[in-house]
Structures are given as C-alpha cells and as structure tokens.
Ligand binder design. Structure first.
Ligand SMILES: Cc1ncc(C[n+]2csc(CCOP(=O)(O)OP(=O)(O)O)c2C)c(N)n1
Length: 565
C-alpha cells in the first residue's frame, strides 16, 4: 500500500498532500517502522504512515523516540526514523541526536514546525509550540538540518534528507516541516545520489608496496568498516598480511570474535596497545582514531598509518595518516586482496594473537572476576543473535569494551557522546529491528532516566531483558570521588524496588545478588521468553581499565600525540 491508496482497496484521486508524500518517500526508501510521540501538529503523520505501511511505535518521551531510532539504525544499518512534534517535542529529541551523531547513525528526526504563514523571521509571536529557530537547536548535533520551505519541495527535501542521513559517512539529520505544508499538494521527486569510490590505481599501488615491505602490520577497524560491510575482506587482508585485527567498540563482530586473528580485548589495554606500538604499519579501516579508543590520543603515533576512509579529513584528523585511500572500504579492500601476496609468518601471528588475548583476559579476570562472569554469560548463555544495548554504567563499560559478538551491529554503546539514559529507550529500536532478543545493561541511575519506557516495552511485547545493576549510586562517579580521596557528595541514590516497579508494568522480574548461576539462569530464561523481563542485580563492580579515569595511564606512552590540526 502507498500514500495514494486507502485501506480497504479503494483509490483516492486527490493529489498527494505533503504528509502523504513524506510517508510515501520514506516507504519507498525502505522504512517500515518509525518511533514517535504525537502532538496536534504532527498527528496527520499517524494516518499517512499507516497508509504507507509504516508502523509507528509510540514512546513515552521524544528523547526515547530518538534513542529508539538510533537503536534501530545500529541494529540494522538502515534508516531510523523519529517523529516529534513542534517546539518542546523537537527540543526533547536533541540529546538523542547528539548521541547518534558521534557514532554515525543514520537517523532522521522529523519534526513539525509552526506554519510558514505564521512565522515571522526572528520574531516570537506566541503561537503554540513556537520557537524562533527550531532547526538551529539541531545544528551543532546533527550531520545536517533541512527545513522545508514550500510544499513543492517536500518530496525533494525528504529524499535529500534521507540520502544525507544514509550516505557514508552516515549521521543524524533533522527535517523540519511547517504544518501548513503537510496539508498542501506535493509534486514528485528527483533521482537519488550514488556512492563513489575515489581511490586511484596509483594510490592503491603505493599502499600495496608499503604493505608488502612491512614486517609487522596491524589492522584496525572502526565503525566505518561496519557501514561498508567489509568484514569478509578485512579478514582476507589480515590473513594475507599476517596481521592482528584490532577493533574499536563500534566494529566488534565485523570479524567474528573467534577468528584466530581477532584481538578480543580492547585496544587501550597494555597487552593490545603493545601490538600497535610494535607495528611498522597500522592499516586503519573506517576509523577516526577518536579519544575514547586511543586513551585520549596518548597512544603513540605509529611509524606509518595507511587509512581507508570515505572521508579523507576524518582519516587524518587525529593521527597523521601517511597514505589515505578514499572510498568505499569494501571496494578498496577487494582490490588490495587481489594485489597482495601472503606473508610467511601467519602461524606466528596467530600464536601471538592467542597469547595477547590470554594475557589481556586473565589480567581483566584478576581485576574484576564478576565482570568476566557477566561477559561470559553474555557471550555463551544467550542466543548468538542477541543485541546488547548498554548504558553509561560500570557494567556497561565492561561489556562495551570486552563484548565478543560473532556478527556486527550487536553492541549499541553510547560511549561516543557518553550519553547516560540511552539504553532502555534504545532497546525499543533494537527490538523493533527484529534481529534477535535484546539485553539492556543499565545502572540504577541510567534506568531512572526512562522508567516510562517500561510501558512502551510492555505494550510492544518487546523481547528485551533489562539487567539493572543496582549499586544505589552513580557508581562511576562514586569511584572517581573515592580514588581522589573526596567525600561522597551527590553520588548516593535512593532507588525504587526495581522488581516491584517492573511488575507494576506487568513485566516479569527477579532479583539476584551477583552474576553467578542464578543470574545465568534468569538471563537464559529471559532471552528465550520473547517478552520484556527484568533482572535486578544487587552488585557493585570495579570499573574496567578502559574507562577514562583509568585508561589515561600517565607515563606509559612515550610519544603521546595530540589531535592533528
Ligand atoms: C546525560 C548524562 N548526564 C550525566 C552523565 C555523567 N555520568 C556518567 S556515568 C554516571 C553514573 C551512572 O550511574 P548508574 O546508572 O547508576 O551506573 P553506575 O555508574 O552506578 O554503574 C553519570 C551521572 C552522563 N554521562 N550523561
């Protein structure tokens, strides 16, 4: 069904209106689900979306609509759509847009705005939900903002907004639609854009030469590699180069964790960083080497970096990139596979990777055995297609850094913007993606940001298991005060009875005291149930060595570089 037809099969002959054309463009772009909260301004979209065959999942706060769209986009790689109403509704979704921006999530925030006939540039006239420049609220946190100025443009602007959100490097886009345009006739659109591979044969030959001469290559993969879906070619190139594969948080699972060249501990731990330090060449695929992954750029500038990136500025903005191949990573790597000869030391490299993994994991277990129990449960006791959605909490930091998925897009972690309160609403999106059950890891503080979304999960009958680690505190901050010898001020929390709270939403819940067998049994049952459920774990974990307070180890790196301007 599309916007031009009506339920029941009858065809309406009126020219398509703005809101119908919007829904039709989204459906044509493959959108089948959106997340929204209605207001009198955007209410027509509920009808036109239903007519276009797009389900709208109703959330309890516009911020949750943004996070859910982001969760959906991360789980599927497809466009996540949030619908919010004018003014306060639009303002409420700004935070989620900032989070989506830092990970390059293709999200479209569609907000209504006051009518063009009412607006007077720069003047606050006092219309319902009016603000002077709604798009400007989004400018610093979105990849782009579009405001539709006339009904004639609604189709073209919608198409352009979708293209900009989804084209590499993807990112969240704001689309503002004045309400008078939604009810105005809207004409048909133009053709869409295509992606281009810009790497020249000469540049590729130069890279092959350097890689062929290098003794120790390390492959580093980031979120851009996931966007390019180049896991098979990454594994082939690493195999030919006899190179360990280091992954950023975003790229986990692009090459399965049990591949013998995959380093399963995060890059910032000393055992793994040593591989980076010892490399003649680091082949960086789809990563900007951001602060979080490099201990705030304290990791040394490698001898030679070859970057494959869709954006040359992104490739060299933090570390000097000696050679850059601009283009679609999968296409560039396919050419490299054809041109490279296998290196002789593959067996030695596999054995080195095994040793590094063993050393890093046994150090982690020694530090915090409970965290490794949790990680083992999430790796071996849940279906392999499970989505892990993490919050900014100590347990989330462990899972974000050490998760071992077999496939990409299985770990959604808001570390880019450091967004507390992300996980619970984002799970609405991962569950709507229907790519497997979802496990949320959230602290008692982050949970309270979005308690209302328990109602959404219950109403959607979402296959989401919420693991609340209740330490009755903003635990990470309490740790920071403790390690600095400061009194505990502002960090202790009065928390509700999470089990009773969940049960009041008709969500099954249990309480356990650690990540032992009782937790594992509840986790297994929860992820198999196909329904929302909650496990409250009364536990306190030591933060992992990757958290900023711990990872910026003073004096370890001798050639610390700052960001390259
Ligand atoms: C929007 C936002 N506000 C505040 C913070 C700062 N912050 C980071 S972690 C944290 C504590 C989270 O507490 P909780 O959810 O209970 O998890 P725990 O640290 O106890 O594991 C806070 C307040 C943030 N990252 N984001």
């Amino acid at each position: 069904m599309n916007a031009l037809s009506r339920p029941g099969g009858s065809v309406d002959c009126h020219p398509p209106l703005g809101h119908e054309r919007l829904a039709y463009q989204l459906a044509e772009a493959g959108v089948s689900v959106a997340f929204g909260l209605p207001g009198v301004h955007n209410l027509p979209l509920w009808t036109s979306f239903a007519e276009a065959g797009i389900e709208i999942v109703g959330v309890r706060h516009e911020q949750a609509a943004g996070y859910a769209a982001d969760g959906y986009a991360r789980a599927t790689g497809k466009l996540g759509v949030a619908l919010v109403t004018t003014g306060p509704g639009a303002a409420n979704a700004v935070c989620a847009t900032g989070e989506a921006f830092t990970v390059g999530s293709p999200v479209l925030i569609i907000a209504t705005d006051i009518a063009t006939t009412v607006r007077r540039e720069g003047v606050f006239r006092g219309a319902l939900h009016e603000c002077r420049d709604q798009a400007a609220m989004y400018a610093p946190v979105a990849k782009a903002t579009f405001v539709c100025g006339s009904a004639d443009n609604i189709t073209a602007v919608t198409r352009r907004a979708i293209a900009v959100a989804t084209e590499a490097p993807a990112g969240p886009v704001y689309l503002g639609l004045p309400i008078d345009l939604l009810d105005a006739p809207a004409p048909t659109p133009l053709a869409s854009l295509e992606r281009t591979n810009f790497a020249t044969p000469q540049e590729q030959r130069g890279v092959v030469e350097v890689l062929s001469q290098a003794d120790r290559v390390v492959v580093w993969i980031g979120g851009g590699a996931v966007a390019a879906d180049c896991g098979v070619h990454v594994a082939e190139v690493a195999h030919l180069l006899a190179a360990p594969i280091l992954t950023t948080y975003s790229a986990r699972g692009l090459v399965p964790f049990d591949h013998p060249l995959v380093v399963t501990a995060p890059p910032q731990v000393p055992q793994v960083e040593q591989l980076w330090n010892d490399a003649d060449v680091v082949l960086v695929i789809g990563s900007d080497l951001d602060a979080m992954m490099t201990r705030s750029w304290l990791m040394a500038q490698p001898k030679h970096i070859i970057a494959i990136n869709v954006d040359s500025a992104d490739a060299g903005k933090n570390y000097r990139a000696d050679q850059v191949l601009v283009g679609d990573a999968d296409a560039v790597l396919a050419d490299l596979v054809d041109a490279l000869q296998p290196k002789p030391h593959l067996a030695a490299c596999i054995s080195e990777v095994r040793q590094v993994n063993e050393a890093a994991w046994s150090a982690a277990r020694e530090e915090c055995p409970e965290a490794i129990d949790l990680l083992d449960a999430l790796t071996f006791e849940v279906p392999p297609e499970t989505n892990l959605v993490l919050d900014m909490c100590v347990a989330g930091y462990w899972v974000g850094a050490f998760a071992r998925p077999l496939v990409p897009r299985k770990v959604a972690y808001p570390i880019g913007w450091g967004t507390l309160g992300f996980a619970l609403p984002a799970s609405i999106g991962t569950s709507a993606a229907k790519t497997g059950p979802t496990v949320v890891i959230v602290g008692d503080g982050g949970f309270m940001y979005a308690t209302g979304e328990l109602a959404t999960l219950a109403q959607q009958k979402a296959a989401v298991t919420i693991v609340v680690v209740d330490d009755h505190a903003y635990g990470m901050l309490k740790y920071a005060q403790d390690t600095r010898g400061l009194p505990n001020l502002g960090v202790d929390l009065h928390t509700p009875d999470f089990v009773k709270l969940a049960e009041s939403f008709h969500i099954e819940a249990v309480r356990v005291s650690d990540f032992g067998p009782e937790f594992v049994a509840a986790l297994r049952a929860g992820t198999e149930s196909g329904r929302p459920n909650l496990i409250c774990v009364e536990a306190k974990l030591l933060p992992p060595p990757t958290t900023s307070t711990r990872a910026e180890r003073v004096g370890v790196s001798t050639q610390a570089v700052g960001p390259v301007s």
